[in-house]
Design a protein around this ligand. Structure first.
Ligand SMILES: Cc1ncc(COP(=O)(O)O)c(C=O)c1O
Length: 396
């Protein structure tokens, strides 16, 4: 009895999420539900404060520009960076594409990823002409850094690893990864999509070179994400898309560009998205990412224990996963599992989770995945377990 009530009371924020009343939403790793504070900030930005940024001379535009730039500072500050080190992109996917496209190869045409990467951290490198090498995982589903060290050569331009796996929840020892990357002159890019909403991140302490994340997984809006890059590195990157807003001077003969980060933001940006992201950053900071991490870790421990006790359920990933539990009910396709859970008011993701190489590594076609957020509690786990028992009854 003690553990569930502790978890229920640890973060009392469920009432702040209007879209999950009477629903057990366990798909936050796909996209997070939005607290009222974020919804209100977005509404006010459209209904009261809206104007373009960086262009208008009128007061409303100046104040919207200040809000947009304040959001940049907040998003960068959340991960220990400076405002001028943060580029707004459409999401983590676009952020990684930016680096893959804009970073000069400097004679190194290989990238080292791992077997657990999301397709967003594989395909952009392939499209940019890199040879992709993939590091194996440990038995419990972590990126094997000993293997990484052995595989890394002077031909690798970038080591690109997921900070937290979107399938297994495994947490990378990011500082060790940075040391390994730098020992061979490679840069470290971290895909922080699943880490930023779930644990404190400090890019300086890690020694990262690039860090990508999406607002919509951090309780913010879709359509906006962030690329953090070390200031001196960003300064060396040429623009990758052209248009308004990123230039200094345009003639038909030649165009000169703004300094970073402006030179990477062509066209009218997602102004209201930035305001919503700022509200989301304020919201997680008020709760504290340490508290969110402790809360989700306790839920993972409770869920793994509960699913194990049902019997006939295979769990993937390490015990200390960050907020994510992938599983299969033996002999049942995860799509069937997810459909029956849906009938029981429980939303989980089923499929390859945009990580097909990882599915092959695990030797499965797909998994079901329950992922937690600050609003999750023991009632979600109880509903999940009741649903799994129903799956087992139906499939004998
Ligand atoms: C680990 C990881 N990387 C990258 C992405 C891509 O993020 P987005 O679709 O927001 O660009 C996701 C989203 O599922 C993810 O979980």
């Amino acid at each position: 009895m003690n553990a569930p009530s502790r978890i229920n009371s640890a973060l009392d924020v469920r009432d702040q999420f209007p879209a999950i009343a009477n629903w057990h939403y366990l798909d936050s790793a796909a996209t997070a539900q939005k607290p009222q504070a974020v919804i209100d900030a977005i509404t006010a930005a459209y209904a009261r404060d809206y104007a373009t940024v960086h262009r208008g001379v009128y007061e409303r535009s100046a104040s919207m520009t200040a809000s947009y730039e304040a959001a940049r500072g907040a998003a960068s500050g959340l991960i220990g960076g400076q405002p001028n080190e943060l580029v707004f992109a459409r999401g983590a996917t676009e952020a990684i594409n930016l680096v893959a496209r804009a970073l000069p190869k400097d004679g190194r045409s290989r990238v080292l990823v791992s077997q657990l990467e999301h397709h967003s951290n594989i395909v952009p490198w392939q499209l940019a002409g890199y040879e992709v090498d993939a590091v194996s995982l440990t038995d419990d589903g972590r990126i094997d850094l000993t293997a990484a060290e052995a595989m890394l050569t002077g031909e690798h331009r970038v080591v690109a690893f997921g900070h937290v796996s979107n399938v297994l929840g495994s947490i990378l020892d990011a500082k060790a990864a940075a040391e390994i990357a730098h020992s061979k002159g490679a840069l470290l890019l971290l895909d922080g999509c699943q880490a930023v909403p779930r644990m404190p991140v400090d890019v300086a302490a890690i020694g990262a070179d690039f860090y990508a994340f999406s607002a919509h997984k951090l309780y913010g809006p879709t359509g906006i994400g962030c690329l953090w890059g070390r200031a001196e590195l960003l300064a060396t990157l040429p623009p990758w898309q052209g248009g308004g807003g990123m230039i200094e001077k345009v003639t038909f003969e030649e165009t000169t560009f703004l300094d970073a980060p402006g030179r990477f933001e062509a066209g009218t940006p997602h102004i209201v998205g930035a305001v919503g992201l700022h509200a989301a950053v304020d919201w997680v900071e008020a709760l504290s990412l340490d508290a969110i991490h402790a809360h989700e870790s306790a839920l993972v421990a409770e869920a793994r224990a509960a699913l194990s006790s049902v019997g006939g359920v295979t769990l993937y990933g390490p015990e200390d996963s960050a907020g994510i539990v992938s599983f299969n009910v033996d002999g049942v396709h995860p799509h069937d599992t997810a459909t029956i859970l849906d009938d029981a008011g429980v939303a989980v993701r089923a499929g390859h989770h945009c990580a097909q190489p990882l599915m092959r590594w695990l030797g499965v076609e797909a998994t079901a995945r329950a992922s937690f957020a600050a609003h999750s509690d023991s009632s979600d786990i109880a509903a999940l377990v009741r649903g799994i028992e129903q799956v087992k009854r139906i499939f004998g």
